[in-house]
Ligand binder design. Structure first.
Ligand SMILES: *Cc1c(COP(=O)(O)O)cnc(C)c1O
Length: 468
């Protein structure tokens, strides 16, 4: 064994303790470190021949890279839709790497059964029935991709072709209808060989991002073949929800595939006050839910559910002599894009076991309360205005005067040490979003963010920066 490997092996418990201290210091800094520091990389260093062992690597990481990492796991990182990591999820993730399981088949230990147990708990959490099977994937983009891959195979079934054998070209023109699809849906269609142009945007209701069901029905009535519907259960700008029950009725009437992108909106099911937003979710043919957002497990984790695991296995089966037979209940290796994969379910298993339904409901409730409070503060701040009502956990707002992308960028830069917000455009107006999905966020964080915004707007005034 290489001497540095042998030395690290001999002092492994002490080195893990030192690593634990680095982790604890990082976590302790979350509240005060800049939400997003200067992102410039450090001066490059060559790999060189010798290493120096884990202790030297830890020291170099602490010096060159750690100060440049964001407080993405912290309470005022409101950009995109970003979750943190609960204590139990962190423990689960550490143990995932410790056990280093390739939990994809029955030829290995019980890893895939742990995944099945976790999927069952998630199904309970989101009000899905046992008719939905599920697998873990790396994120909602991959979950949407797998759901749409199953939809693609279903289109083939309807048209009498096996897309897994013959390729997507055998389908002819495919239409994927959606009101306000997330950008990852177009990416998935590109990956799947259906093409981004397969996505047909159906008008939304006036002043909303939810699809106009009557308009959707008119498109379906004129379609000359089976379609795929992508319903949105939580849009990223205004957290608007399609009427899932009405879309499932259209699916039944016109013979479509109904995929629901509920990446973070599925968590509305945890709170009785909001559960109506996802009523009908169980009727979907496939469902995408992100876990590294509102479940607060580390990247990268999401789940995809479907009522047609048989079609899923047609797409993803990996025939090899050393792998188990497909059978009635195929191993995970036959159901997901990856063959080998980590025991990704363990972090979710830990946080669900540790805090249960009520612990995770409290996170959702506190995030919604925080978003409402920040929405109220925006309304009360001269110079700012809400662009949409705070429906759940996102505040979408802009400047009352001259809301150019440049002035909004100046505003985000001015609050960057306190809070991280990301730009968007809603109803044609440049805007900012603050998304609440971190378990650490408290009322004090909302007050701190609101105060920083008020100071920044005042400093910005109404002067327009010089044009080009
Ligand atoms: C975040 C998100 C996605 C993509 O998720 P990733 O985890 O970044 O792949 C897809 N759909 C919706 C609605 C989202 O919020």
């Amino acid at each position: 064994m290489h001497p540095e490997l042998a030395a690290d092996l001999s002092r492994l418990p002490a080195l893990l303790e030192e690593t634990r201290q680095v982790a604890a210091a990082f976590l302790a800094s979350l509240d005060e470190r800049p939400a997003v520091p200067d992102a410039a990389p450090p001066a490059p260093v060559p790999l060189g021949e010798g290493g120096g062992g884990l202790r030297e690597a830890l020291a170099e990481f602490g010096e060159r890279w750690e100060p440049r990492l964001s407080a993405g796991a912290g309470p005022r990182y409101f950009g995109f839709v970003t979750g943190g990591v609960t204590p139990a999820a962190l423990a689960g993730d550490w143990l995932t790497a410790t056990a280093d399981q390739n939990s994809n088949s029955s030829l290995d230990g019980a890893g895939q059964w742990l995944e099945h147990e976790t999927v069952g708990w998630l199904r309970e959490l989101f009000g899905l029935s046992a008719a939905h099977s599920g697998t873990f994937v790396s994120g909602a983009t991959m979950s949407n991709t797998v759901g749409l891959a199953i939809a693609r195979q279903w289109l083939g079934e309807r048209l009498g072709v096996d897309v897994a054998e013959e390729g997507a070209g055998a389908l002819g023109r495919v239409r994927v209808l959606s009101g306000s699809a997330h950008s990852s849906v177009a990416k998935a269609l590109s990956v799947l060989g259906l093409g981004r142009s397969a996505l047909v945007q159906v008008p939304a209701l006036p002043g909303r991002e939810a699809v106009d069901v009557a308009a959707l029905e008119r498109v379906l009535a004129e379609a000359d073949g089976p379609c795929v519907l992508v319903a949105n259960a939580g849009t990223v700008n205004t957290v608007d929800f399609d009427d899932l029950g009405a879309l499932a009725d259209l699916r039944d009437r016109y013979g479509c595939w109904l995929h629901v992108d509920a990446a973070f909106g599925a968590f509305a099911a945890l709170v009785p006050e909001h559960a109506g937003l996802v009523e009908g979710l169980d009727r979907a043919d496939s469902v995408c839910v992100d876990l590294h957002k509102w479940l607060n497990v580390p990247y990268d984790s999401a789940v995809q559910f479907t009522r047609r695991p048989d079609l899923q296995a047609e797409v993803f089966r990996n025939a090899a002599a050393y792998l188990g037979p497909l059978g009635e209940n195929p191993d995970l290796v036959h159901l997901t894009p990856e063959n080998s994969h980590r025991l990704r379910a363990l972090a979710a298993w830990f946080t669900l076991r540790a805090y249960g339904r009520s612990g995770h409901r409290e996170i959702v409730e506190r995030c919604v309360a925080g978003a409402r409070a920040l929405g109220g503060a925006v309304t009360d701040t001269p110079g700012l205005r809400l662009l949409a009502p705070v429906r759940l956990n996102v505040v979408c707002f802009t400047l009352t005067e001259d809301p150019t992308p440049e002035r909004l960028a100046a505003l985000t830069a001015a609050v960057a040490d306190e809070a991280f917000l990301t730009p968007t455009r809603y109803a044609g107006v440049p805007a900012l979003r603050a998304a609440f999905s971190n378990w650490r966020t408290t009322e004090a964080d909302v007050r701190r963010t609101a105060a920083a915004l008020a100071r920044a707007v005042q400093a910005l005034g109404s002067d327009t920066p010089p044009g080009p």
